[in-house]
Design a protein around this ligand. Structure first.
Ligand code: PEP
Ligand code: MN
Length: 448
């Protein structure tokens, strides 16, 4: 810390600063310049002299080191890996998916969701028992009975559980039922709660306050660490800004900023960060791309009828699609429960699987060839009709899609078949458009 004195500060004022520093067991190095004097302050606990700026003759106090030491990368170069049950978060542990309902509503709702998100690859189950809401008139959660249900879901699935603790007096009860203590955005500045969580042996998920700066957030993390709990995970969940198009403004830049400042794992919650179901997927991918160690996602069996945060909760199918996309982009890698990671058993099950997969590969190859064959025919049609004509027959396309929607008997639904054939029609038009532009550019009229 450097204390800059005003020009013309008196000897007594300088001596007063030196005295205030040394009185707290810190060292003061006084350097007298032509115009002004600066005093370097060195020691481990500079918080004790945070008041130096108020002394007479002091112009400003400049902090050089971060006020958070335990959370800072300066003093802890290796990234921290936090164990939640048997799941590791941070330091190369891969993208850990935490998913489940905003609030636990019933046994059925929770268990159904737990099984589904586990099937899709989530590693930690979320579920609110106590819900601090934006309005006190909204559903506030089932309370203690919900903690029992979370325990039951954990026993059934083996998934560790994260849930929000809202009061210091609850920490002990949570210890019994929950594997990760969530401190919600509205409680990030609740220092009594932070201290209680800091004294727990369970790891903590510390959400960013609604209007907290990254520094304030790290100071809150520091408080938990300094209270004795070394296992803190930070969670970016959006901040309040002037923007009203989204519920909050999800600050994805916080992820790389934090990476430069702290060794603690960083998780992103795009559900509260956006407030809108359609934005959860894109922001989840964005969070994974900027280096988040995990994602916290709200999933509900029937989002329109959810008791809380239905607008931002993904349906089972939507969560499945997001997991597929995260896997396709290799943000999520199966390793724990995917049979692909294990050698096929020697008995017939393994051989059947290999044979079926070979059959699928063969079909995919034929499909690719058939699509090319179809595109060649579409180009011929366009040449016959003339390159300057758009070359497709809207009525025939509609019939094709209707035929698809009626669906052949099989596991694909009419909607799914429509999706496939719409794509086929779209790429075929794209090929025709390319032919038209190169044909026209080459001066070929191509009329038959
Ligand atoms: C939650 O995750 O259930 C929640 C209430 O989030 P936040 O504290 O971020 O609003
Ligand atoms: Mn919620």
């Amino acid at each position: 810390m450097i204390v800059v004195m005003r020009p013309g500060a008196t000897r007594e004022q300088i001596a007063q600063v030196r005295h205030a520093v040394e009185e707290h067991g810190l060292d003061a190095f006084v350097s007298e310049g032509e115009e002004r004097t600066v005093i370097g302050v060195v020691g481990t606990d500079l918080e004790q002299v945070a008041h130096l700026g108020t002394l007479e003759g002091v112009e400003q106090v400049v902090r050089i080191t971060q006020p958070y030491k335990l959370a800072s990368v300066e003093h802890h170069h290796e990234r921290t890996r936090v164990r939640v049950g048997d799941v590791s978060v941070g330091n190369g542990g891969g993208l850990v998916m935490m998913a489940g309902p905003c609030a636990v509503e019933s046994r059925d709702q929770l268990l159904q969701t737990a099984h589904w998100v586990q099937r899709e690859g989530a590693r930690i189950l979320r579920g609110g028992a106590f819900k601090p809401r934006s309005s006190p008139y909204s559903f506030q959660g089932l309370g203690m009975p919900a903690l029992e249900l979370l325990s039951e879901a954990r026993a059934e699935t083996g998934l560790p559980v994260v849930s929000e603790v809202v009061d210091a007096s609850q920490v002990q009860a949570f210890d019994e039922h929950v594997d990760l203590l969530q401190v919600g955005a509205r409680n990030m500045h609740n220092f009594v709660l932070l201290r209680a969580v800091g004294q727990s042996r369970k790891p903590a998920l510390l959400k960013r306050g609604l209007s907290a700066t990254i520094d304030e957030w790290l100071l809150a993390a520091e408080y938990v660490l300094s209270s004795g709990n070394p296992n803190v995970i930070l969670c970016e969940r959006g901040i309040r800004t002037f923007e009203t198009a989204t519920r909050n403004t999800l600050d994805l830049s916080a992820v790389p900023v934090l990476r430069g400042q702290t060794h603690l794992p960083i998780v992103v919650d795009p559900s509260h960060g956006t407030g809108q179901r359609s934005l959860v997927g894109p922001m989840a991918l964005g969070a994974a791309a900027v280096g988040a160690d995990g994602l916290l996602i709200e999933v509900h069996p029937d989002p329109p009828n959810a008791k809380s945060d239905g607008d931002q909760s993904l349906s089972f199918a939507e969560f499945g699609d997001l997991m597929d996309e995260l896997r396709r982009l290799q943000f999520v890698r199966d390793g724990t429960h995917a049979e692909a990671a294990q050698p096929a058993p020697a008995n017939s099950g393994g051989r059947d699987l290999t044979a079926l997969r070979e059959q699928i590969d063969g079909l995919d190859e034929r499909l690719a060839a058939l699509l090319q064959e179809r595109a060649i025919l579409a180009l011929q049609v366009q040449r016959i009709r003339g390159l300057d004509s758009h070359g497709h027959d809207v009525a025939r396309e509609r019939e094709l899609l209707e035929r698809a929607a009626r669906g052949e008997a099989g596991p694909l639904t009419p909607e799914e078949l429509t999706t496939v054939f719409s794509a086929v029609v779209r790429v075929s038009r794209a090929a025709q458009r390319r032919q038209a532009s190169t044909g026209v550019a080459n001066g070929i009229e191509g009329r038959a």
